[in-house]
Design a binder for this molecule. Structure first.
Ligand code: ADP
Length: 262
């Protein structure tokens, strides 16, 4: 790895933000953004002030998932050098998706990605936050490295499905955090199993238990398992995450339990 922070170079702590938590996965499509939004909402329901930074510049899904699709960001009228986050469900949100036309592809090289991540950290009027959840893109690339160098990340959260290909990549995400000296606060197993709503039969579609085994092996906390559930998919697509649309559901409670264990 090039450009690793030097031993004596502690990244700066962002003013007014108590904890920065970064969610990551090795592999795409395992539900990392879904976990990020539902953890953010759960923490906000506990009474914390929460921000959500969508660091997935090439595939920003947070605006759709949080129901702010098509709402553009504005400059802060009190300080024109800063951007105002969009507030939804009590959470301050920033995403490149709120700054570019909906179907436009972002075709940028690494240095531009780094620039945007820096701006999202430093040039957004976050105000006082207890938690800033950073939804990282999958993998161990530019966005991850810039985040770890630009701000003191309090903890990393690894999202994985139980299947081997996802776990293989989760191990790399874990190694990345270790190498950058970011404490890993835990692993969440998503798409853990499926219970048929008609007959109650349980299928372990992507296998089961791999997330917990990974947590044991690496001696990091296991934050829980989230089943495959249609309400989760619908909530994400409709911009009303399950923690909002069905707060008493088993899955919303599983997200809340995971947030409580952080
Ligand atoms: P990632 O951020 O890892 O790419 P997403 O959070 O975008 O993954 O999830 C991918 C898709 O799977 C989304 O359509 C989301 O609604 C759906 N999804 C995620 N987790 C679940 C789940 N536990 N049950 C049902 N659908 C899910």
């Amino acid at each position: 790895i090039i450009n690793l922070p030097k031993h004596d170079e502690e990244p700066p702590k962002l003013q007014n933000i108590r904890y920065i938590l970064a969610t990551t996965s090795g592999k795409g499509g395992v539900g990392k953004s879904t976990v990020s939004v539902n953890l953010a909402i759960s923490l906000s329901k506990f009474g914390y002030k929460v921000g959500l930074l969508d660091a997935d510049i090439y595939g920003p899904n947070i605006p759709r998932m949080m129901g702010i699709d098509g709402i553009p960001v504005a400059l802060d009228p009190k300080n024109k050098d800063k951007i105002l986050p969009i507030v939804k469900y009590g959470i301050k949100i920033i995403s490149i998706g709120s700054m570019i036309p909906k179907d436009a592809a972002v075709i940028w090289r690494g240095p531009l990605i780094n620039q945007v991540i820096k701006q999202f950290l430093n040039d957004v009027t976050w105000g006082e936050l207890d938690f800033l959840i950073v939804d990282l893109p999958p993998g161990t690339g530019d966005a991850q490295l810039t985040l770890a160098q630009e701000a003191k990340v309090s903890g990393g959260i690894i999202v994985t499905t139980p299947q081997n290909v996802a776990l293989d990549d989760a191990a790399k995400a874990y190694d990345f955090f270790v190498k950058l000296k970011v404490p890993v606060v835990g692993v969440i197993e998503n798409m853990s199993y499926f219970v048929c709503p008609k007959c109650g039969y349980r299928s372990d579609i992507f296998s089961h238990g791999g997330g917990e085994a990974f947590a044991k092996k690496t001696k990091i906390p296991f934050l829980g398992e989230i089943p495959i559930d249609i309400q989760i998919r619908e909530g994400g697509d409709e911009g009303s995450p399950v923690s909002i649309s069905a707060p008493d559901s088993v899955v919303a409670k599983a997200f809340a339990d995971a947030a409580r264990s952080i």
